[in-house]
Design a binder for this molecule. Structure first.
Ligand SMILES: [Zn+2]
Length: 148
């Protein structure tokens, strides 16, 4: 159970994060009726030299790749890094009961996907992606963070 304060009247209320399956949820304050948007779910944190971004992760497969001029070929999660292939790797989020599991798989990228021990992942094999752990695509570090 998690406690939040309403953004308007600051009344505290509790919610059960495990009941929500999307990263952003709307909770109506029981006291004043204000809609509060809460970030709950997992995010992919993208770290580059001097830059940091977060992308909400959804259930299923999300492809990571370099942003291109042609929006028709773009991956779901775009990274501006010339060492990242247009289709580089994918992150898989699986829900089993009330548990969530993450995996990463290289999709035949030119420069590979590496784990924190600098070992290159074998193409087409799923590797566990634990929250707090990281992988390297191109010159970019990616990790999963759970916000709940
Ligand atoms: Zn309120």
């Amino acid at each position: 159970m998690k406690y939040f304060k309403c953004g308007k009247c600051t009344a505290p209320y509790k919610i059960d994060p495990s009941k929500f399956r999307t990263p952003k949820v709307e909770v109506i304050c029981p006291k004043c009726g204000t809609r509060n948007v809460l970030s709950l779910g997992p995010v992919l944190a993208i770290q580059q030299e001097g830059k940091f971004a977060q992308v909400n992760l959804k259930e299923g497969v999300q492809v990571i790749g370099r942003k291109t001029e042609n929006p028709n070929v773009n991956a779901h999660i775009l990274i501006s890094d010339e060492y990242v292939s247009r289709i580089h790797s994918k992150v898989i989020m699986e829900l089993r009961g009330d548990k969530v599991f993450f995996f990463i798989e290289d999709l035949g990228s030119s420069n590979g996907t590496y784990n924190k021990n600098k070992q290159r992942l074998k193409v087409g094999l799923r590797y566990p992606f634990m929250p707090g752990d990281y992988y390297i695509v191109g010159l970019t570090k990616i990790s999963i963070q759970i916000n709940s």
